[in-house]
Design a protein around this ligand. Structure first.
Ligand code: SF4
Length: 389
């Protein structure tokens, strides 16, 4: 059994002690599955507390002969930001030792953290196998605190303007590693109001782990699905699955171009998933089945996709797929420059005109997303890129 050799407590407690009790099957399954996913990812280190759901943790401690409320106590320490088992002073010494022998407090080590003048916090985490990922916290004046989290280390999608895409794919993140990024921004008295899957990676290509982390954000951080947004470059099968599994979740699609050739030049994945019409039909289906407004992300690059004619092309595209009006919203954001792409951000006047055309001529809601953390490496992948050899 993989858990036995992996868990250092095997020698301390005996494998049967770790895995005995009425939850044996369930703890075997949860630990083996979670250990398998982390081992498969290249890590031989013990599972982190964040990799165990509340249910898993209860099963684990009761399997050790402890009362179920001990799991709640452990989780309270974790939520308070305690990373040392020795400091969990209301736990019996024996339990602290078992935990220290078998479980790591966390899987993510902060490699660096940057704080912007606007309050944005950007963290680069080093994973146990050396991979680096990013997550960002964006506090707003109205009280919202939004975490932007990664679903993969690196990304295989190759969007030309994106620092993560320029870096390439390293590996899938586990559900625990994804969930931990959000939970670490919700420690102590801090609370999160929203989570967006817009960090490194294409969430739909790590669907099972993303889906599990959405469930845990809801169950363990109390986050309503309407406060969670999954962003995709257009992985059509994932959009259909999300509509069934998490119909309350918001869908965002990185569009950036309204004709086939221009989109394929910016996002090589465009053709791989059937092209623009297939994608827009999937977006339209999402709206019809979930009644959740679909957001289209549009990075405005100077002289490339920021002109009035392009805005009209986008308006016609949305209208043709019954996505104008309440079914969609366009978020425009001046392009964040990266060292691997020559394009620059659109001028303010072009940004304004682009939005006005969408609103006035097509009835499409369009807003300019504030560029957050522009005094730090705020674009997706930029901070991690600076840390990788
Ligand atoms: S924009 Fe998103 S999907 Fe595209 S390369 Fe970057 S991380 Fe990957």
């Amino acid at each position: 059994m993989r858990v036995v050799s992996w868990c250092r407590a095997g020698s301390l407690l005996g494998a049967s002690a770790v895995l005995s009790g009425k939850h044996e099957l369930s703890i075997r399954r949860s630990l083996a599955l979670a250990a398998g996913s982390e081992l498969a990812a290249g890590s031989e280190s013990p599972l982190s507390l964040y990799a165990l759901s509340d249910e898993d943790l209860t099963t684990l401690v009761t399997g050790w002969g402890e009362k179920a409320y001990r799991a709640k106590q452990i989780r309270e320490w974790v939520r308070a930001g305690t990373t040392e088992f020795d400091e969990m002073s209301n736990l019996p010494l024996g339990l602290r030792r078992k935990l220290a022998a078998c479980v790591a407090p966390s899987a993510l080590e902060i490699a660096t953290e940057q704080r912007s003048r606007d309050g944005t916090v950007k963290r680069a985490y080093r994973l146990r196998d050396g991979a680096v990922i990013e997550s960002v916290l964006m506090p707003y004046d109205d009280g919202r605190r939004t975490a932007c989290i990664s679903s993969q280390a690196g990304c295989a999608m190759g969007c030309v303007f994106c620092a993560t895409g320029q870096m390439g794919f390293r590996r899938q993140l586990t559900a625990g590693e994804i969930y931990e990024q959000a939970a670490r921004f919700a420690e102590g008295d801090a609370r999160l109001t929203n989570v967006v899957f817009m960090g490194m990676g294409e969430p739909m290509l790590n669907y099972a782990a993303v889906s599990e982390s959405i469930r845990r954000l809801s169950d363990e951080l109390g986050m309503g699905s309407r406060r969670i947004t999954v962003s995709t470059v257009g992985v059509v099968p994932g959009i259909a699955k999300l509509a069934v599994d998490h119909p309350g979740v918001n869908l965002a699609i990185s569009l950036h171009a309204a004709d086939e050739a221009a989109r394929s030049a910016l996002l090589p994945a465009n053709a791989r998933y059937g092209g623009l019409d297939v994608l827009m039909k999937a977006a339209s289906d999402y709206w019809r089945s979930t009644k959740r407004r679909v957001t289209f992300e549009w990075a405005l690059a100077r002289g490339q996709n920021d002109d009035v004619a392009t805005a009209r092309r986008l308006g016609h595209l949305l209208r043709a797929h019954h996505l104008a009006g309440p079914a969609s919203h366009v978020n425009v954001i001046p392009l964040n420059p990266t060292k691997g792409y020559a394009g620059g951000p659109a001028a303010q006047r072009a940004v304004d005109e682009f939005c006005i055309v969408l609103r006035r001529e097509f009835g499409v809601g369009a807003t300019v997303r504030t560029r957050r953390g522009i005094d730090i490496d705020a674009g997706c992948g930029q901070l991690a890129d600076s840390l990788l050899p």
